[in-house]
Design a protein. Structure first.
Ligand SMILES: [Zn+2]
Length: 149
């Protein structure tokens, strides 16, 4: 699974970690970026935001057609399945790298992370995962397909 491991520290306290992950016959560069969360009164729970490929790009179901919710219950069902697969793909990539990344970067234990549509904002514009135990970090997991040569 691991082909490349690279840990870098950048100015401003941002920590970076990159690893190449194989999924099926495709390779992805997965970069983990950690930054201290700003604390006002209490230290917030650690959040993990994952930017992953679409399900159809990694062997999952095709993206359903856009219809108005309620117009076509069968298509609504397909969208629920698709959204569920999106979360599953995010979690797969996060699980593949997070433990090693956090260890390498010295970021405190995350424990179990659970998905929340409102992880980053109460309006739902930035879904992500919220750590059960870890506190004080914002973590971004960016997944990029490595072009086949
Ligand atoms: Zn928002």
């Amino acid at each position: 699974m691991t082909l490349k491991l690279e840990v870098t520290k950048r100015a401003g306290g941002t920590l970076n970690y990159a690893e190449r992950v194989q999924a099926g016959d495709q390779y992805f560069d997965v970069t983990v970026t950690c930054r201290r969360a700003s604390a006002s009164r209490s230290i917030p729970k650690t959040r993990v935001y994952v930017h992953a490929p679409n399900p159809e790009d990694v062997g999952g179901m095709a993206k359903p057609e856009y219809t108005t919710r309620g117009d076509d219950p069968e298509n609504d069902k397909r969208w629920r399945q698709y959204n569920w697969q999106e979360i599953k793909v995010m979690r797969l990539f996060a699980d593949a790298v997070l433990e090693d990344a956090c260890k390498a970067l010295g970021v405190t234990e995350l424990g179990v992370i659970h998905f929340s549509r409102k992880a980053g904002c109460s309006c739902g514009c930035s879904p992500g995962f919220v750590a059960r135990k870890g506190r004080g970090w914002n973590v971004w997991v960016d997944v990029e397909l490595v072009e086949k040569k």
